[in-house]
Design a protein. Structure first.
Lengths: 452, 521
């Protein structure tokens, strides 16, 4: 077995050293009835690298990949070009095969990287601080709602109808067990997000308002008024960003007054990966930091006065505080945070702005191409790289028919909101820098044919 | 013929000399200091080229960003060098033995990395029509089948993102099952030796956490547990093998007692590596157990994640498992989500994450599991246990082994008795760094004073174990003899001991331009 270095001779010598006749002697504490005397029946035996690769390659070949098709899916996961050097660096064993940096003297690489990551995220979000990552955007969003409850000592959270429905589901699941009350609803196919109705619902029991920016339909709402209204009632504003590239083009939620900004960082460095692993981003103001979940890297000095980094404020965390911790999170998304950070470093400010402009420009062109098709209407007044169109018939089968033609056309609202008939004709189309003019043309042509 | 016309001759130099004077750069040969990107980069540099094209009029709703973000960029060569230099300040399993107890730092096979990067797995979107991702769903289903068979349980929830998330999944299913029975139970029992995530999880799910008594031999006290069980106890969370590195001999009896009292048994599967292929938790009466794919099944820890924590369930808890999940039917693989769930899975407690879990970890874990097969996985457990016992028996003459009468499982636990006054477990750990090792887990579990928990895993050779044992013995002997120099260790790492108190008292969590940082003080 290629991953096991002990030889039979080693095993014999070691058994002698520990005073055991056979390996079974070391498993004596296992009750007789639970001992298995041989390999578990019905399972295959070990396999060569070649055999494993052949099998998994066959499974992989049965999927239509984003790179094989004109591709327009978004709704919380976006296809962006990831520079080759990102994947090269994250495969360095010193990053890939390190543990959580509990011994800072020999983990400065990871710790400094996390400190840089935290700074990048905070700047992008317009928050004072950011943590060292969460599992993904949806769990970061839920943790933010819990955190707002701790800060305000209230339990009524108002969720925008423009928040990703899976994020709402996750919050609903957790709220069942914590006793939080969530105000939720499905979106309407209107040009503007639901800012005004959110403002109306804020009351003295409201812990937070949760708003996605841009929202699930791609609409961009000004958060300033919402922040003001929330703060007037001593509630927090939580902004959720599922497409961080957007913040290269539009104002940050922090600038507009959001207290906590969370997001999904998958767009930068991580790739689609069928939904995971991704990387949750979490930023907030300095005064809230002790209520924050997750790990934090902080600057300090060593015994010789040299600058260095450590995990800090761990009295918030489960390994110290146990049942009084701010969250049970332990392992998070370190390597994905590294990928995010490398990609962001490669882009820099100027690259991110160019990338954002290119995404927006392509999306505008695509919106124009699609709305030229008879019966197809653009819902949004504003959008970044994702917008919603209303088709003359149900969108879900249209998406399937286009997939059969090798075009991955977008996400139908029927898939996301199966119970909402009013949304059935909606199609959310994401257009990134990877969608070339010919891809947009192929989508427009395909959609026209399918609808004809 | 000679091509050296200069008269230069290679010489050995003066080996007696030493030079502690600082270098101009602060570097020490291969030990390179690296500034922050914010100190070496600027906002106009980029390492990515984009097509130039005409842009249509903006439709950003008047919210165009006006101010600078403050994100410095580097060219590709500078970027590669920055991160390569940083990487060299890290210890890693690729460099040597990484004996962190309870963390299972085993070799990460590179085949797994290659498999995870196949475009058919890496470049597909979670919301693609299911007909276009049949191979991905089959991959998830295949791994799920392995996990169910290896544990002899009824089903598995694949979506939890890490171990702690898996614990939450298990506890939420238990709570949903109790509610379905119309019962309000509000206590979860957790032994003091448990991972911190256990009590944190139970509290997060709204339970009161109470301690379970432990016997002097490091195991759950069955009699005391039986006394404590009652109509208020929702669940017992037990780690097996436990965090003292011992198998809970009474596990089946514990499960029976808990079930009899109407509760459920949650097993923390962090230590599954010790028993995989040899013992199935389903045979011990467990109702729910998370499996850390990043421990037992070798997906890389990545400096703190991503992990993956599928949860196996007993028949009793299966109806309450989270959505979505993959189901095999006659016409192919389906994704059971909220909309399709009502017919068969209406009791599910709901969704835990946006999509379907850690696909990138599933491919790696399946690659690892197939590589080993049922026979190889059994050998994994045996070698992991043998390696730990070898360490236990090789060091018990110099280190106190509080539960060392019988064999241990996959990790050897020592206490700090016998260490000279004024020296501590921390000093031993830091001195191990100078010997070229990552230290063991320190001060955990809490039930042993100055605990040192050593988990070598099965991917260490005998020669590597012997060298580690020699190094630790040498350090311990110094500690027993009162060698005060240990307090200064490490001496040879990229940094000496770091001031964690200062870091926590005045947290600096993001970089600021020096003038701004000064003004803030």
């Amino acid at each position: 077995m290629r991953y096991l270095p002990l030889t039979q001779d080693d095993r014999q010598a070691m058994l002698a050293k520990v005073g055991a006749q056979s390996i079974d002697d070391l498993f004596v504490d296992v009750p007789e009835a639970a001992r298995l005397n041989g390999a578990i029946p019905g399972l295959p035996m070990h396999a060569s690298e070649m055999a494993v690769e052949r099998h998994l390659s066959k499974l992989a070949a049965r999927n239509l990949t984003a790179g094989q098709a004109p591709f327009f899916l978004g709704c919380g996961a976006y296809k962006h070009h990831v520079p080759a050097s990102v994947d090269h660096i994250i495969q360095r064993g010193e990053f890939l095969t390190a543990y959580t940096p509990y011994q800072p003297e020999i983990a400065q690489g990871t710790l400094q990287m996390l400190f840089e990551f935290q700074t990048q995220v905070a700047r992008l979000f317009g928050t004072e601080v950011a943590n060292a990552s969460m599992y993904d955007g949806s769990t970061a969003c839920w943790e933010a709602i819990v955190m707002a409850g701790r800060v305000t000592k209230r339990s009524r959270a108002i969720l925008s109808t423009g928040l990703h429905p899976h994020y709402v589901s996750v919050a609903n699941t957790m709220a069942k067990f914590t006793g939080d009350t969530l105000v939720t609803g499905a979106p309407e196919l209107t040009a503007e997000p639901d800012t005004d109705s959110l403002i109306e619902q804020i009351d003295d029991h409201t812990s937070c308002v949760v708003v996605q920016y841009p929202d699930i339909l791609g609409r961009i709402g000004d958060l300033s008024k919402l922040a003001e209204a929330a703060h007037a009632k001593k509630a927090l504003l939580i902004a959720v960003v599922t497409e961080p590239v957007a913040l290269g083009a539009i104002k940050s939620p922090g600038e507009m007054g959001a207290d906590i900004v969370v997001g999904e960082g998958q767009s930068l460095g991580v790739g689609l990966q069928f939904g995971g692993p991704y990387v949750g981003l979490f930023g907030c103001s300095q005064k809230l930091v002790r209520q924050m979940p997750g790990r934090l890297a902080g600057e300090t000095v060593d015994a010789e006065g040299k600058r260095g980094y450590v995990l800090t404020l761990s009295t918030r965390e489960q390994h110290i505080r146990r049942e009084k911790a701010t969250s049970n999170i332990c392992t998070n998304s370190g390597l994905c945070a590294l990928a995010f950070s490398i990609h962001m470093t490669l882009l820099g400010e100027s690259g991110l702005r160019k990338l954002a402009a290119l995404n927006h420009g392509r999306a505008v062109k695509a919106a124009e191409a699609l709305t030229a098709i008879p019966g197809v209407e653009l819902v949004n007044k504003s959008f970044f790289n994702e917008f919603t169109v209303k088709l003359p018939r149900e969108a879900r089968p249209v998406v399937r028919e286009l997939a059969e033609r090798g075009i991955l056309a977008g996400v139908s609202l029927g898939r996301l909101y199966p119970a909402e008939d009013a949304l059935g004709n909606g199609l959310v189309v994401a257009v990134t820098e990877t969608a070339e003019a010919e891809d947009i043309q192929a989508l427009a042509d395909g959609l026209k044919e399918v609808l004809a | 013929m000679s091509i050296n016309q200069s008269g230069w001759r290679p010489e050995m130099g003066d080996a007696q000399g030493s030079n502690d004077a600082p270098t101009f750069t602060g570097n020490r040969a291969l030990m390179l200091e690296e500034p922050l990107i914010f100190e070496i980069a600027d906002n106009s540099t980029t390492g990515v080229d984009f097509a130039e094209e005409d842009m249509p009029a903006s439709r950003l709703g008047g919210l165009e960003r006006q101010s600078d973000i403050g994100l410095p960029g580097l060219s590709e060569p500078e970027t590669v060098r920055h991160y390569t230099r940083l990487s060299r300040q890290n210890y890693a399993i690729d460099l040597g033995l990484f004996p962190l107890g309870s963390c299972t730092m085993k070799h990460n096979p590179r085949l797994n990395e290659r498999m995870a990067r196949l475009p058919g797995f890496a470049d597909i979107h979670p919301l693609q029509p299911v007909d276009s991702v049949q191979g991905a769903l089959e991959c998830i289903h295949e791994l799920a089948e392995w996990l169910v068979k290896l544990t002899n349980m009824s089903s598995v929830a694949m979506s939890p993102k890490a171990g702690a998330h898996g614990e939450l999944c298990g506890i939420l299913a238990i709570r949903a099952a109790l509610e379905a029975r119309g019962e309000q139970r509000d206590v979860v029992l957790v032994p003091e030796s448990a991972h911190g995530t256990n009590p944190a999880t139970a509290a997060f799910a709204g339970y009161k956490v109470q301690a379970i008594a432990v016997t002097p031999d490091g195991r759950v006290d069955l009699d005391k547990l039986k006394e404590r069980l009652g109509p208020d106890v929702a669940a017992v969370m037990i780690t097996n093998p436990n965090t003292c590195g011992l198998f809970e001999r009474d596990m089946k009896a514990i499960s029976d007692a808990v079930h009899e009292a109407g509760g459920y048994v949650y097993c923390d599967g962090a230590n599954f590596n010790a028993i995989v292929g040899r013992v199935r938790p389903g045979d011990l009466g467990v109702d729910a157990m998370h499996i850390n794919l990043h421990k037992t099944f070798s997906t890389p820890h990545g400096g703190g994640g991503p992990g993956s924590g599928p949860v196996v369930f007993s028949a009793a808890l299966t109806p309450f498992a989270p959505l979505p999940f993959v189901e095999k039917r006659d016409d192919g693989f389906h994704l059971v989500e909220e909309e399709t769930a009502d017919e068969h899975h209406g009791q599910s407690f709901g969704r835990m994450v946006a999509f379907h879990g850690q696909m990138g970890m599933f491919t790696r874990a399946l690659s690892y599991i197939m590589s080993h097969g049922a026979d190889g996985l059994r050998q994994v457990a045996e070698d992991a246990v043998l390696n730990a016992n070898y360490i236990l028996r090789s060091l018990e003459d110099v280190l106190e082994a509080p539960f060392g009468k019988g064999p241990c499982m996959h990790e050897a636990l020592f206490g700090d008795a016998g260490i000279a006054e004024g020296l501590s477990t921390l000093d031993i750990a830091k001195a191990l760094i100078d010997e070229g090792y990552h230290p063991m887990t320190m001060y955990f579990p809490l039930v042993v004073h100055g605990a040192m928990l050593i988990e070598p895993t099965e991917t260490e050779s005998k020669a590597d174990l012997d060298q580690f044992i020699g190094a630790l013995r040498s350090v311990v002997e110094r500690a027993r003899a009162g060698d005060e120099s240990l307090k200064g260790a490490p001496y040879h790492a990229p940094r000496r001991r770091l001031d964690e108190t200062q870091a926590a008292r005045k947290p600096v969590l993001v970089w600021q331009e020096p003038e701004l940082a000064q003004a803030a003080e």
